[in-house]
Ligand binder design. Structure first.
Ligand code: NAD
Ligand code: UGA
Length: 435
């Protein structure tokens, strides 16, 4: 098959590379000429394990190319994927401007009938609307069919998830379209769920909302555990053995971030509201998460007698989770300005996300890619991202390097017994303090 992918962000780039790996010829289109130039030079614009090698291999095989010209990318394409962003609008709803622009780009550049596949996360009804938009603007004689094929990859393991995910969902307007997409995806060797378009669109939102709910639920349990002297890790383990609950997404912490859970939860609340359903459960999930992101600040203020003025605080991790340089909705974006506002001197460590952080965080803070430099002479450290080098650091390092070894751990990185042995003053989430 000859495939075009519009948008080369996290989803579009990984999708394009993976489709070329399984044998298709893929043209990846992006409106950002700098991105296209970098990609054409064989340099991925995002950090994803395994992506670069696969990208270079398939560029070398002549199965993968990048362009900023829609006419070039869409030339001879049988199937066109839309993988552009659907960011949050001020009212919480999904902004479909980029999807609409991509649809117009398709309408104005295709020279034959194609299947358009929407991979972006879009509200129920969008596929139908986009199909109408394209068909209205294409030259006479050309007709598009539409299909929803939502993406479930996680950042940081995007390539792995694309080849070893749990399922592929295809919502199509007819069986022939569904079968064509199933055939395209067959080499991924995953269960393929064929359904109607609206259900496919909803599966994506419902899945993200459910996962966000699991996280906020365990975070609430964690906060109650703290008051009652229980340990949330033990509780989550005990719950997770019940296969109806499952062990995943029960890790308590400083709340979920990232480019999708926050925006998709808000978009679903908004979508439901537009149809006179108050999604109160999901509203609470969002509220719990907002509170969770600043919880450690409260703990720090309590520990330091109500002020952080002049305290040197090492912030360990900026990315919203490890193995990505993505800072979108990271708790760091809430935490760092708050620390600065409270008069703290902030030194921030991250192995790969600093360049992105500099674009998003204002105010004077120091950055370092060296964990040891970050800890040097710090009065306290706060863990935001559970990077492997933070998790595996020798605990005595905190005592050796810091002014005072006081640790606020937003990711429960360490065993309480190890922390006790190392004589660190330790505050984590949903577990007894080691003070
Ligand atoms: P992104 O913002 O990283 O990338 C979008 C890309 O599209 C950008 O490079 C932009 O320049 C390009 N673009 C915009 N309009 C264009 C046009 N008309 N023609 C060509 N290129 C255009 O977005 P992302 O994180 O990859 O997310 C894309 C969609 O996938 C969103 O709806 C998101 O919710 C969903 N999603 C994301 C993830 C994730 O992990 N990031 C996972 C699952 C689903
Ligand atoms: C999430 C989903 O897992 C993907 O299936 C989905 O495709 C994607 O959103 C999307 O729609 O964009 P992602 O945001 O990359 O993927 O990362 P996750 O691993 O799900 O983590 C999201 C956030 O939840 C992170 O901040 C993480 O630290 C937090 N989290 C996750 C917890 O606090 N506890 C957990 O148990 C799991």
């Amino acid at each position: 098959m000859r495939i075009a992918v519009i948008g080369t962000g996290y989803v579009g780039l990984v999708t394009g590379v993976a489709l070329s790996e399984i044998g298709h010829v893929v043209g990846c289109i992006d409106v950002d000429p700098n991105k296209v130039k970098t990609l054409s030079n064989g340099i991925p614009t995002i950090y994803e394990p395994g992506l670069k090698e696969m990208m270079l291999t398939n560029m070398g095989r002549g199965r993968l190319f990048f362009t900023s010209k829609h006419s070039e990318g869409l030339d001879h394409a049988d199937v066109v994927y839309i993988a552009v962003g659907t960011p949050q609008r001020a009212d919480g709803s999904a902004n479909l401007d980029y999807v609409e622009a991509a649809a117009r780009d398709i309408a104005h550049n295709i020279t034959k009938s194609v299947i358009v596949v929407i991979k972006s996360t879009v509200p129920v009804g969008t596929n139908e609307y986009i199909k109408k938009l394209i068909n209205e603007e294409t030259p006479a004689g050309i007709k598009v069919k539409i299909a929803s094929n939502p993406e479930f990859l996680r950042e940081g393991s995007a390539v792995h998830d694309t080849f070893h995910g749990d399922r592929i969902v295809i919502g199509a307007e007819d069986l022939e379209t569904a079968d064509t997409l199933a055939a395209i995806n067959a080499p991924f060797k995953m269960p393929i769920i064929k359904t109607d378009i609206s259900s496919a669109e909803m599966i994506k939102y419902a899945s993200n909302a459910f996962l966000a709910t699991k996280i906020s639920f365990i975070n609430e349990i964690a906060n109650i555990c703290e008051s009652l002297g229980a340990n949330v890790e033990e509780v989550a383990k005990g719950m997770g053995f019940d296969h109806r609950i499952g062990p995943d997404f029960l890790k308590a912490g400083i709340g979920y971030g990232g480019s999708c859970f926050p925006k998709d939860a808000n978009a679903l609340v908004q979508l439901a509201g537009n149809h006179h359903h108050e999604f109160n459960l999901l509203k609470s999930v969002i509220e719990v998460n907002n509170h969770q992101q600043v919880l450690l600040i409260d703990k720090m203020l309590t520990r330091f007698g109500g002020t952080l003025k002049g305290k040197r605080i090492a912030v360990l991790g900026l990315a919203f989770k490890p193995h990505t340089d993505d800072l979108r909705e990271s708790p760091a974006l809430v935490m760092i300005p708050k620390l600065v506002e409270l008069g703290a001197e902030v030194v921030a460590y991250d192995p790969i996300a600093i360049e992105n952080a500099k674009k998003q965080i204002n105010g004077y803070i120091e950055y370092t890619e060296d964990l040891h430099i970050a800890l040097h002479a710090a009065d306290a450290a706060v863990i935001i991202t559970d990077w492997p080098d933070v998790k595996t650091i020798k605990l005595s390092t905190y005592n050796q390097l810091m002014n005072t070894a006081i640790l606020f751990d937003g990711r429960n990185c360490y065993d309480l017994s190890d922390v006790k042995e190392a004589s660190i003053e330790y505050y984590s989430i949903g577990r007894p303090n080691q003070a």
